[in-house]
Design a protein around this ligand. Sequence first.
Ligand code: HEC
Length: 153
Amino acid sequence: MHRGAMLLLGLVVLDLAFALTPFWPSCARRAAPATPTSGATVTAAVQAATPNPATAGKDLATRMGCLACHSVDGTRLIGASWKGLSGSTRDLESGESVTADAAYLAESIRDPDAKVVKSYPAGLMGPSIQSHQATLAKQETIDALLAYIESLK
Ligand code: HEC
C-alpha cells in the first residue's frame, strides 16, 4: 500500500476512534479534549503505525522493490545481501576498499553507481528505483532504510 493510502487509513481509523469516544468511557478519559486533526495527532498516528525506524525501513524497502535484488539472509541476488553489510569492508570495481558506513550506504542508495561493488553489475539499480526518486530524496527515507540495513547483523 502507498504511504498516502496508509496515512489515509490511519486518519480514518483515528476519526473513527474520536467519533466513538463519547460512547466509550475509558477512551474518553484518555482522549485529549481538543483537535482531532491537528498535526500532532497525525504525527502520533504515523508514529503508532511505524513504531521504529527499522520497521519503517523494512516497509519502504519492500514497497520500493529493493528486496527483489537485495536479500536479508546472506543470499546473493542481483545485488549484495544486506545481512552483515553495515560496517563491513566493500571491495570496489575501482580496486579501492571502503567501509560500509552510513555515508557510503546513503550514497549507494542515492547514486548507485558512484561506487560499484566488485563483482556486481553497474547500471541496474539506478533505473529500477528511478520511479522512487521523490521518496528517496527525503532524508527520513534514507534514515529509515539505513536503520533497517544496520539492524541486519
Ligand atoms: C534491479 C536490482 C536492484 C534494485 C531494485 C535495488 N538494487 Fe541496490 N544494488 C543493486 C546492485 C547490482 C548493486 C551493486 C552495484 C552498484 O553498486 O551499483 C547495488 C548496490 C546497493 C548498495 C551498496 C551495497 C554494497 O554491497 O555495498 C546499497 C546500500 C543498495 N544497493 C541499496 C538499495 C536500496 C535501498 C534499494 C531500493 C530503494 C535498492 N538497492 C534497489 C541492485 C539493485
